[in-house]
Design a protein. Structure first.
Length: 438
């Protein structure tokens, strides 16, 4: 609807349809149609997703996805925070894979600053380590919750027990189990603590043990095969038309992976394969995710070797006009600034105190321009478009979240299928609604 306000400037009002409108139309046409809501709060959906389903018996004749119930306004909020504070916002979008959002955003900021090549090698390797550990944890959530939604509780308990190993590592390195704000423009918040490499190696052994259990529970299960094979089918042309990426696209046979096609963080120097399947269904997506977990473990092992060989070193860019305080020892409170750093800025150097205060409160300036940066997140290609007007805050920040694009396939995958298969189809997309709504 177009209207004009008091100034004569046209204003536009957009309104989405609702299932009640479908019911009214059916009544007007004299048809008997059943329209039901699955959600917006339903145990069979990830996050707060509403599915409006028209059914004929047990067959779905029309399916539409309703989103927006988890909207946080993160992108708009980032326009009122410094470039570094923006990390604290974007890490909360896809809360199952927060490291990917942090990496994409910080790589984009570093492009605008022109310091991509100045990031310390140790910080880059740590970023890859964290990204791949997060990929493992995210895929485990998909496998575990998907199994639980089909009634296989043992799959859920096994998957989440394996994921716990990753969360313990994250807490050891960042101090938090999620929403880390660990990757920052210029590097990472702090170096990995002593003994972390050995802890990660031990956790990898434990995770492989649980992965073998998951494979036994899932791959040889005839009930699971019957529920997943041929369900949620989407061929390669359909994936391309809808802009699908990640395991959904690779399950249709196309080995597209941003880590290979447009490498970042030195991924071109790591040895790993891009798993694919040719089934285009929920079963193929599960197979791809299982294999990707093993590939990520292989990358993690390579990062551990590099960190062991390089030894301690800087993890933040050398330019003090950009670098937030990093490489700080853990304080007596278990986190925060080290006592040595506090002693310096509070009692030794007034200039250091002033610099610290201005850098933290005002932030650094980023040259005017715009940039797009994408990474291979667990759910597909995650892109960030940043615009700078030369100030200390983003003029505009917008994210291309893979869950948002992938949800477009719900109607194609579900219409014509059984009502019970809707749960399987949505679970195979692995959407995280925090990333969809933003």
């Amino acid at each position: 609807m177009v209207d004009e306000d008091a100034t004569g400037i046209p204003s536009f009002e957009a309104a989405g349809g609702d299932w009640s409108e479908i019911a009214e139309e059916a009544l007007r046409l004299g048809e008997e149609r059943i329209v039901v809501n699955m959600g917006p709060q339903h145990p069979s959906t990830h996050g707060v997703l509403r599915l409006m389903l028209e059914i004929d018996g047990e067959t779905v004749t029309e399916a539409r996805a309703g989103i927006g119930y988890l909207h946080t306004g993160i992108e708009k909020n980032m326009e009122f925070r410094t470039w570094t504070q923006g990390v604290t916002f974007c890490t909360r979008m896809d809360y199952v894979a927060p490291i990917s959002s942090e990496a994409a955003y910080c790589l984009a900021v570093e492009k605008l600053l022109g310091i991509t090549d100045d990031i310390p090698e140790r910080a880059t390797v740590i970023r890859v380590l964290m990204l791949e550990l997060n990929r493992i944890a995210s895929h485990l959530v998909c496998l575990a919750s998907g199994g639980n939604e089909l009634g296989a509780t043992t799959i859920m308990t096994t998957g989440f027990t394996a994921r716990e190993e990753v969360l313990k590592i994250f807490e050891l390195i960042t101090g938090l189990r999620m929403n880390h704000a660990y990757i920052r423009p210029g590097g990472v918040a702090q170096d990995i603590p002593p003994g972390a490499l050995d802890t990660i190696r031990e956790s990898l052994v434990t995770m492989k043990h649980y992965m073998r259990q998951l494979e036994d529970l899932m791959l040889g299960n005839p009930i699971l095969q019957g529920r997943m094979k041929g369900v949620g089918y989407l061929n390669l042309s359909g994936c391309m038309a809808l802009g699908m990426t990640g395991p959904v696209l690779r399950s249709a046979g196309l080995p597209y992976d941003v880590r290979k096609s447009a490498p970042y963080c030195g991924y071109e120097t790591y040895d790993f394969e891009v798993p694919v399947a040719d089934t285009g269904d929920a079963w193929g997506r599960m197979i791809v995710r299982i294999e990707e977990i093993y590939q990520s473990m292989h990358i993690v092992e390579q990062t551990l070797e590099r960190l062991q060989a390089s030894g301690p070193g800087p993890v933040m860019v050398a330019d003090r006009k950009i670098a937030w305080p990093a490489q700080l020892a853990i304080g007596s409170d278990g986190m925060g600034n080290s006592l040595d750093h506090i002693r310096e800025i509070m009692g030794t150097s007034m200039e250091a105190l002033i610099h610290h205060f201005k850098l933290v409160t005002e932030g650094f300036r980023v040259p005017a321009g715009q940039v797009f940066q994408s990474v291979e997140a667990p759910r597909g290609e995650l892109g960030v478009h940043l615009v700078s007007d030369g100030g200390t805050k983003p003029y505009r920040a917008h994210f291309r979240d893979p869950s948002f694009n992938n949800l477009q396939a719900v109607s194609v995958m579900c219409e014509g299928g059984l009502l019970a298969d809707v749960v399987v189809s949505v679970a195979s997309l692995d959407p995280v609604l925090g990333g969809v709504d933003r």
